[in-house]
Design a protein around this ligand. Structure first.
Ligand SMILES: [Zn+2]
Length: 285
């Protein structure tokens, strides 16, 4: 059997791994590290030890759970990398001695990311611009933007707007995550975990993210269903941000290690827009 101390070491390794993953994710306005969201624990059963994955958050997560050991029989109830629904507890693995007469030991490791790797973007969906009908804002950073729209954030869009501007849902869905406690931000990567945000899960499993919101500027609650166009927040300049703006992107899990953004089409007063251009202004309809 693995000792409690070995278990703690395993958890520390996982924490270190998570920190590495989130560093790369957070720079473009992604959620800060959330070490409490997913936990894995052992539960003794008759003749085996169950490994249970708990997802405490309202959003789906993609988890890779690996088991290594000596003289063990490993019975998997879920694949090594699997999607775990929001607010769920799942028995993922049962571990027992292969030869009960001999000593056995084992350990687990896991890492995870927000969203479902099984989600497929519904490309027929049209999005609203994430602000009030009739208002016009300029794109300050588009796809593949030099400052921070690389990798995970490739297809995100930044709209320059004064702090306190009403932010509206670009698509209907359910609020699954938010932060509004931060009152700091600036032109420095040290602020990357200080962004206030709202996350909205959509019918196809995509998660829409609205970032850099004002301190206490979130107008909705986790679990609330929101309609497209509904006011959800007030914009701000929190987190890693060089000017007051709204960062909007649509994401899913690429794997248990990384999220990915998806190209989307906005319906605007200027017509359908699939590649918002930096420097160009668009009007919500
Ligand atoms: Zn951005």
């Amino acid at each position: 059997m693995q000792t409690a101390e070995q278990g703690v070491k395993a958890k520390k390794r996982v924490a270190a791994l998570l920190a590495t993953v989130w560093l790369s994710v957070a720079s473009g306005g992604q959620p800060s590290k959330d070490g409490d969201a997913v936990s894995v624990r052992r539960v003794p059963g008759p003749g085996y030890v169950a490994v249970v994955v708990e997802n405490r958050r309202a959003y789906d997560v993609t988890v890779t759970l690996t088991i290594r050991g000596q003289n063990v029989h490993i019975s998997r109830l879920t694949p090594e990398t699997a999607v775990y629904a929001g607010r769920s507890q799942t028995e993922a693995v049962r571990v027992s001695a292969a030869d009960a007469a001999k000593p056995w030991k084992w350990r687990f490791r896991f890492h995870w990311t927000k969203g479902s790797m099984d989600a497929r973007h519904d490309d027929a969906t049209r999005y609203r611009l994430p602000f009030e009908k009739g208002r016009t804002f300029r794109v300050s950073q588009g796809h593949n933007g030099r400052l921070s729209h690389r990798g995970v954030n490739q297809y995100a869009v930044d709209f320059a707007m004064p702090e306190g501007t009403t932010v509206c849902a670009a698509r209907e869905g359910v609020v699954v995550d938010l932060k509004e406690s931060s009152d700091t931000g600036g032109r420095d990567e040290k602020y990357k975990d200080e962004s206030n945000y709202v996350s909205i899960a959509h019918a196809d499993g995509m998660i829409g993210e609205y970032h850099h919101l004002q301190f206490e500027g979130v107008l909705v609650e986790i679990g609330e269903r929101v309609a497209a166009g509904q006011p959800i927040a007030l914009s701000g300049n929190t987190g890693y941000s060089t000017l007051p703006h709204l960062h909007f992107g649509v994401y899913s899990a690429a794997s248990a290690e990384q999220m990915q953004s998806h190209p989307i089409t906005f319906l605007t007063a200027q017509g359908p827009v699939s590649q918002p251009r930096a420097g160009r202004a668009y009007t919500a309809e």
